[in-house]
Ligand binder design. Structure first.
Ligand SMILES: Cc1cc2nc3c(=O)[nH]c(=O)nc-3n(C[C@H](O)[C@H](O)[C@H](O)COP(=O)(O)O)c2cc1C
Length: 261
């Protein structure tokens, strides 16, 4: 262990020319590249060059901000459909693949969340404890760096399962999991409207929580079955590019908001 960092070994050297400001003398300063147990590397000046000994010691020159940017990020993907053959779910599986390698985007199931009842969160009511499903869901979203909603439309608004999840996350008032969480929103429909009304209603429900969202273009996927092949893959190049672009903009937003929660 070195400075609380599990040091696995030294991976190599690199360096840079240093020019003395007064004499103009040029000298080569070697730096060691250290391999950490996390698989990442960290660069420090050669200990030998610094002290004359060769013990591998990390020189604390790295920037915590840069480090935070490169760490793995978690994105929770919420699907507004419970049915087995859901197109929203298939679309979500495609979207998950568009995230960068250091992103862990995964579907968080909402089907087992009991219907929202404020009694569970009311400290005055002691015979209705908070369901463990609420607690787990809240914890999962709170540990996320972003959320991606993929939803169809039911009767011109979002399906009840999704609204239920949003309501559960919106309480208690002093610990709202959605607060300032970057959010991507994608709607679809089997018809031509692309779930427009559903998406707008979702945005309305979230508007209370200061959630940064990617700007234009918004994503309304119309005639969704035609976008998917028999294996559930989005095949049309222009649609893939469009969705990849949306995911990139969400990732950018997450990177920009890393420290704001
Ligand atoms: C109760 C119900 C209401 C629906 N209302 C709408 C609607 O308002 N607008 C629309 O475009 N499609 C509507 N649909 C069609 C759904 O969008 C369609 O079934 C879609 O495939 C569901 O999404 P999924 O494939 O992700 O489960 C409705 C379907 C159901 C079951």
């Amino acid at each position: 262990m070195c400075d609380g960092i599990d040091l696995v070994g030294e991976s190599g050297f690199d360096g840079e020319w240093h020019v003395d400001g007064t004499s103009g003398h040029r000298s080569w300063r070697s730096r060691r590249i250290f391999r950490l147990s996390s698989g990442r590397t960290r660069i420090g000046r050669s200990e030998k060059a610094r002290t004359g000994t060769s013990n591998p010691v990390l020189i604390p020159t790295y920037s915590p901000e840069k480090e935070r940017r490169t760490l793995n990020k978690n994105v929770s993907v919420l699907i507004g459909s419970l049915r087995r053959g859901s197109y929203a779910r298939k679309i979500a599986h495609n979207l998950i693949n568009y995230f960068p390698d250091n992103y862990n985007a995964s579907i968080i199931e909402i089907r087992n969340l009991p219907l929202y009842d404020f009694d569970y969160d009311d400290p005055q009511i002691i015979d209705k404890p908070t369901p463990p499903e609420y607690t787990l869901f809240r914890k999962t979203i709170k540990s996320s760096d972003g959320v991606l909603f993929v939803t169809p439309e039911n009767n011109r608004t979002i399906p009840a399962c999704l609204k239920n999840a949003i309501d559960i996350g919106s309480k208690p008032n002093n610990d709202v999991i959605w607060q300032r969480l970057p959010a991507g929103i994608i709607s679809h429909s089997v018809g031509r409207m692309g779930g427009y009304s559903s998406q707008k209603n979702l945005r309305l429900a979230l508007s209370y929580f200061n959630m940064p969202t990617p700007g234009q273009p918004e994503v309304f996927l119309s005639q969704s079955p035609t976008l998917l092949d028999a294996d559930g893959h989005v095949t049309q190049e222009s649609t893939v590019e469009f969705l990849q672009n949306y995911v990139s903009r969400l990732v950018q937003l997450i990177e920009q908001n890393t420290d704001s929660r």
